[in-house]
Design a protein around this ligand. Structure first.
Ligand code: GLY
Length: 420
């Protein structure tokens, strides 16, 4: 098969790494990719926001399958554009991608499909939202409706915090139009987990589970980030709970989307909490999690490519994926300052002397003339390892971290040690 992967972060490196191992691959390329991905695939300089450029690349490459990594091109309609050209795509249509690009859409679907989720109210008027918050009190969650680069959700402990979140989103418009409407939601207190399923428009195939570490600082303190590390599996998800997640969350969502004329094809990522009475949906994402995917791919023991192709072709019925019983851990190394303005440009050394069993996934790196790798992003590397226990996987991943060096590198020291 001729495969094009769209994206250039750690998630896409992990996907490319897994796809490259498939004996079915005849050609593998990635747009735009990164220096780590370049070791497994041909990287093409087309940006993820360039829908027409990507469609032209897919035609030029005679791609049998395009795997779209990030949410923004999905929300911009890249999958629809490629399907117009008759190309098989792993990733939902623009309409189906509203499950992530609109919190209001997602909550409405959950309500209509009977999916367990926090109680909520929707506002497109700041005054009404503020009055509601003052009447109901805190804690409360305020979510900007649209995509806000992971910054649109505020868990407000006090009414004042919630008022500030409404002001920022609806009056100051710090997220632009994404904050024109907000969802005000009840707080859930259970442990957060990440669950994933492939969907082919009708059927779902659950993948293994993971947990990520969202805050920048030790012990879950500091600002929210894209994810500072992850581990798989997620201990709170027992086999019985996984069955409930499939039956109560993934299947009703995919069936409701089909009934609404927006069949969902691709991966569905449910951020959920485990409450005393079962799983409750926090959010859907229409793409793999990052850095959860890095930990997940380390445990996959089947060929990923036929599963992605089957989801794209509406044919998941005969796919079964095997997973290692081991645990895996991914520690993110970032540039100092992340998630705020970073000191970038440090030269990275040590990648050629990683301990055996450590896998490095690139996210924010650039290759210079002469071959030096420099740290140019916020999140720069994911250092991943597996082991018989989570403690073993963690110890090996941190040995990998110790072997890597660049000026300005930071990482959390408590990934996979404690809760998120
Ligand atoms: N790690 C969370 C996310 O990918 O959104």
């Amino acid at each position: 098969m001729r495969v094009l992967v769209v994206g250039g972060g750690g998630r896409e490196h992990a996907l490319v790494w897994a796809i490259a191992a498939s004996p079915l691959v005849e050609r593998l390329c990635c747009a735009p990719g990164n220096p780590g991905i370049a070791a497994e695939a041909d990287c093409m300089p087309v940006a993820t926001g360039d829908v027409e450029g990507l469609a032209a690349l897919a035609r030029q490459e005679r791609a049998d399958l395009v795997v779209i990594g990030p949410e923004a091109p999905l929300a911009a309609g890249l999958a629809d554009r490629l399907r117009q050209d008759g190309i098989a795509v792993f990733g939902p249509s623009r309409a189906a991608a509203q499950l992530e690009s609109s919190k209001v859409f997602m909550k409405d679907l959950a309500r209509r499909a009977g999916i367990p989720t926090a109680g909520f109210a929707v506002f497109d008027d700041a005054g009404a939202a503020l009055a509601h918050i003052r009447a109901r009190g805190a804690p409360v969650v305020v979510k900007a409706d649209g995509l806000a680069a992971g910054k649109g959700v505020t868990v407000a402990v006090t009414v004042e915090d919630a008022e500030a979140a409404i002001h920022a989103a609806m009056i100051e418009r710090v997220f632009g139009e994404a904050g024109a409407r907000v969802v005000v939601e009840d707080c859930l207190f259970g442990e957060e987990v990440s669950a994933f399923a492939l969907a082919d428009g009708e059927r779902v195939l659950m993948l293994e589970t993971a947990q990520d570490y969202k805050r920048a600082g030790e012990g879950g303190t500091g600002p929210n980030t894209g994810g500072m590390g992850s581990h798989s599996p997620a201990p709170p998800i027992t086999p019985a709970l996984a069955t409930r997640i499939k039956r109560e969350i993934f299947l009703p969502a995919v069936q409701q989307m089909a009934a609404d004329g927006m069949p969902y094809q691709g991966v569905l990522f449910a951020g959920l909490t485990v409450e005393e009475d079962g799983p409750k949906l926090l959010e859907f994402n229409v793409r793999f999690g990052d850095p959860e995917t890095q930990a997940l791919m380390l445990r996959l023991r089947s060929d990923l490519l036929p599963a992605l192709a089957a989801a794209a072709e509406g044919n998941l019925a005969h796919i079964d994926l095997r997973w290692s019983a081991e645990a895996s851990v991914c520690v993110v190394m970032a540039n100092r300052g992340y998630p705020g303005p970073c000191e970038t440009g440090g030269r990275i050394t040590g990648l050629n002397r990683l301990p055996e069993g450590v896998t490095v996934f690139h996210a924010g790196t650039t290759a210079c003339t002469g071959g030096d790798i420099v740290a140019t992003g916020g999140r720069v590397l994911g250092i991943a390892a597996a082991g018989a226990t989570r403690a073993e996987a963690r110890a090996l991943a941190y040995r990998g971290v110790d072997a890597v060096d660049w000026p300005g590198a930071v990482c959390r020291q408590d990934i996979a040690q404690t809760g998120t």
